[in-house]
Design a protein around this ligand. Sequence first.
Ligand code: AP5
Ligand code: MG
Length: 213
Amino acid sequence: MRLILLGAPGAGKGTQANSICEKFRIPQISTGEMLRAEIKSKSQLGLAAKKIMESGQLLEDDIIIQLVLKRLTSTDCIEGYLFDGFPRTIPQADALETQEIFLDIVLELTLDDEQIINRMSGRRIHQSSGRSYHLEFNPPKNDGVDDITGEPLIQREDDMPETVKHRLQVYQDETKPLVAYYQTQESKSPLKYIAVDGSQPVEKVFEDIEQNF
Ligand code: AP5
Ligand code: MG
C-alpha cells in the first residue's frame, strides 16, 4: 500500500495519517515532521529550513526530493508507506514518476479556509512524535500533555494567523494543481483517487476513508 494524503494545511492529514498507518501497518512519511526533526537537531538542513517554514514558504524541491528518496531506502518502507505533505508541487510529483514510484491511492481531505483557520489556532502538538491535538475538537486526555508520553504540548511556530493565511495561498498556488494531476493519472494507471470531506469529526473522516479504500 502506497498512498498520498493531499490537503490544505490543517485539513487533518497528520491526524488521519496516524489511524491509517496503524491500520495498514505502514510508516508515515511526513516531510513536515522530518524537517521539524532536522530543526530540533540543529542540523545544517534544519537551520536553513527553520526560517522558510516559519514564513510559510516551501523548501526547494531538490532538497525535499532527496530527503524523501533517502527515507524510502529504509527497510520499513518495503511493504508500503503513506506520504503526508509530499508531494507538494508538480516537480515533486514528477520526481516520483521519474523514479518509477507508483501509487495505489491518492486521498484528498477537503475543507474550507475558515475551518482551517479555526483548526490551526487551537492546534497543539507533541514535539517529538508530531501527534497533534486541538483544544476544542480533539483535546488530549489531560490538559496540556501528550496522551502517550505525558510530555507537554506546544504550539507550532507556523500556526500564527498571518502565517496560516500565507500557507493557504501557497497551497492554492503550488499544491492544489496536484488534484488535477492525479485525477488525470487515474484514467491511465491503477491509481485510485479519493476525496473525503475533512470537515467532519475525526472518527467520521476515518470511517469514510475506510469505506472508500
Ligand atoms: P507540514 O507539517 O506538512 O504542514 P501542513 O501541510 O501545512 O499541514 P499541517 O501539518 O499544518 O496540517 P495537517 O493537515 O497535518 O493537520 P492536523 O492533522 O495537524 O509542513 C510544514 C512546512 O514544512 C511547510 O509549510 C513547508 O515550509 C515545509 N514542507 C513540508 N513538506 C514540504 C514539501 N513537500 N515541499 C516543500 N516544503 C515542505 O490537524 C490540524 C488541527 O485540526 C489539529 O489541531 C487537529 O487536532 C485538528 N483536527 C484534525 N482533524 C480534525 C477534525 N476532523 N475535526 C476537528 N479538528 C480536527
Ligand atoms: Mg501535519
